[in-house]
Unconditional design. Sequence first.
Length: 121
Amino acid sequence: MVKPTPPRSRSKISNDSTTEAIVTRLAETPEVAPLIQYSDELSGWLGGMDAYRAKGSKDRALWLEAKEGASYRVDRQGRGSVEAPNLAVSIIGGIQDDLIARLAPDLETDGLLQRFALIAI
């Protein structure tokens, strides 16, 4: 007897995902693009970048590219290839004024901060 395949997630919201999981999700269900990365506390999202890497900053590079909505391919030895036809992710969340002021110098070196529309309420 063949096991039924579980249904694919069609949710447009992600709260805590690795960049590899984001690409896989957009490859398997391209109709959910743009995906919404919602973090109630954006400082946690920023601090979690590259949490599973000893060196390098591949996560940040992916998030910078995710604004464009172009195709994105990940090739891994042993795991094969995954291609998201539309790497489009909107990032939504909150952060305190004093915290964004402290983090801003680090965020503007590569344009990450400039990709956000900051709204003070």
